[in-house]
Design a protein around this ligand. Sequence first.
Ligand code: UDP
Ligand code: MG
Length: 317
Amino acid sequence: MSKKVTLLIPVYNEEKVLPELYLRLQELIGRNNGYEWEILFINDGSSDHTLEQLRRMRKDDPRVNYVNLSRNFGKEVAMLAGFDYCTGDCCVVMDADLQDPPELIDCMLEYWEQGYDDIYARRRTRGEESWLRRHLSLTFYELLQRMSKIDILPNVGDFRLLDRRCILTLRRMRERERYTKGLFSWIGYNKKGIEFDRGNRRAGRSSWSFFKLLNLAIEGITSSSTSPLRIATVSGILFATVSFLYAIYFLTKTILYGDQAAGFPTLIITILFLGGIQLLSLGVIGEYIGRIFKETKQRPAYIASDYNEEKLGYDNT
Ligand code: UDP
Ligand code: MG
């Protein structure tokens, strides 16, 4: 029996690019017809005609499967839905906008046949994006790298081929606030990087706003590392020590030379500074408490409302 490859594609308002994507995937499948193929779309609550298009595609081509989520849950969660519904022996996660060239998948399949479990694509160039976004992104990875013990590579996206055993492992990691890139690194297995030039979006707009990316960045740090808490502790110890020494100094000075009322600037600066540090530390602690709060509710990470023609109830997810 031939092996089955699943193409896992989260889509959110991608009606403009779907026809071209489908053509390119046809070419890919044509080149590799030794495999059985599944094209699994996760419709992440699109508000345009994406869902109708998926239905039409499914009608003409039984290799197309789609999961329709009940609202927009974000790409990270959409990918989890994809892992749950994927039926292949391996799975290629890719974006709908053709920024991830399907031609690279031929190469990924070769490495998969050689026994690698996780073949990821590293961008040699990043496609069109603003100077600010590129630099913020690189700074973020640098920071993340230092804070967490696992390797999260810069310029590596979600575009990768995962063996079935990686998928099975990822299915079991059901945190609701997800940073999937961190999970890919965390699970380990046999990894192989290949390089490519990232193109520009074919149509439509990137749906990541600055704040969405900032959120993802905080998510990335707090979900894969507790070092912000450690930093708060260490700076706490540091400031407490300094304050203690300072207190001794003042006490001695007062005993020896009497009480002078001067020193208002020192006082106010100290209060403001320590107040700032305290608020910051509280914020850091709050981030983690927030995560605990969300996880203890034990809600499902997403709600799937349809799988192909079938309507799903809560129990199916
Ligand atoms: N996407 C999604 N849900 C969202 C936002 C994006 O499923 O809430 C999908 C989108 O359709 C695309 C992929 O995630 O297939 C990457 O999105 P985008 O191109 O906007 O991100 P960028 O390439 O700018 O990182
Ligand atoms: Mg894109």
